[in-house]
Design a binder for this molecule. Structure first.
Ligand code: GTP
Length: 301
């Protein structure tokens, strides 16, 4: 039913006194399908939750034009969500406000679903990685940021050394002779579980500042972080994969400091990361608390 006459627009009529410019005004939690380029000529449409903002620089204006931001956001469902696509959307967001805004910001949070092959068997599973892409246009400067978290397995090197000592002591107690028949020892080792080092699911949380550099393809970045750490969590696992996973963990014993140094070494080699902040969190199975490292490229002076 269409009402007669033009629609009232209080944004034009009701101005409070003593108005001030506002840093960010917008909408949060908008459902939006966006196109993520996962490789050259490969895109994945993901279900994102979008936060969109513009600055309200004209203190005399009561409100921004929210529907215009929503219409511009919808364009990301048909164009690639890369540096150019985001840059155009940010510029359009500012222009849509007809002079009352100088800056725009967009935050896109989604889960990226990636196929992951098993370690040894020819199986494949899928894993989702929580991602947030942020773009901002302020004073003519474009800045992009990438936030992601990657789970991995960590086994404590101290606990592993203590476990090996218990195994040695048990062998010493089980065999009184100074030399041991090899087959007898092999049979004994396979039949006895003496001690296992504590290991736990751990997480690397990364905030990467790109400045005006292009966004990277996400799969190589994610798998590069997993490779740097060395013990990524697995998807589809058969017994051969689980045994290989046990070997990988024994080969990559790590305190939280070791995991942090591996990630830092990888980030420091990057040519497109302007600044970074990351946190590794080992949710220790030994404790009810976590072992953590927080680090950044430029520590606070
Ligand atoms: N700025 C602002 N608008 C709001 C708010 N809450 C609801 N709105 C509504 O957001 C709707 C969309 O705003 P506009 O984009 O200005 O809608 P419109 O006036 O029909 O469209 P334009 O003519 O393009 O401005 C309007 O119905 C507003 O009343 C708020 O807190 N701030």
């Amino acid at each position: 039913m269409q009402y007669s006459g033009s629609l009232p627009d209080i944004a034009k009529t009701q101005i409070e006194t003593g108005t001030y410019p506002l840093q960010w005004v917008g909408m949060e939690g908008i459902a939006a399908p966006i196109n993520i380029a996962t490789a050259k000529d490969q895109q994945q449409v993901v279900a994102a939750k979008a936060n969109v903002y513009v600055s309200l620089d004209d203190a005399a204006e009561k409100g921004i034009h929210m529907s215009r931001l929503h219409a511009i956001l919808n364009e990301l469902s048909t164009t690639a969500c890369d540096k150019d696509g985001l840059g155009k959307v940010l510029k359009k967001m500012v222009n849509s406000q007809a002079g009352i805004s100088q800056g725009a910001r967009i935050e896109l949070a989604f889960d990226l679903l990636l196929p992951k092959p098993s370690l040894l068997s020819n199986e494949t599973g899928y894993q989702t990685y929580p991602i947030e892409i942020c773009g901002q246009l302020q004073s003519g400067q474009y800045d992009y940021e990438l936030k992601l978290s990657v789970p991995y397995s960590s086994t404590c090197p101290c606990s592993a050394a203590l476990s090996r000592q218990l195994l040695a002591n048990a062998i010493d107690s089980a065999f009184a002779t100074s030399s041991i028949d090899k087959q007898t020892l092999l049979t004994w080792v396979q039949a006895h579980s003496i001690a296992t080092p504590h290991s736990q699911r751990s997480y690397a949380y990364l905030n990467l500042s790109l400045g005006d550099n292009p966004l990277p393809f996400l799969p190589p970045l994610i798998f590069g972080i997993e490779e740097a750490i060395g013990t990524p969590v697995q998807t589809m696992v058969k017994r051969s994969d689980e045994q290989e996973f046990a070997r990988l963990n024994a080969d990559n014993l790590m305190f939280c400091e070791d995991a942090a140094r591996r990630i830092k070494a990888m980030l420091e080699q990057s040519t497109w990361i302007k600044d970074y902040w990351f946190k590794v969190e080992h949710q220790e199975s030994l404790h009810a608390h976590d072992a953590v490292v927080i680090d950044r490229k430029f520590p606070a002076r």
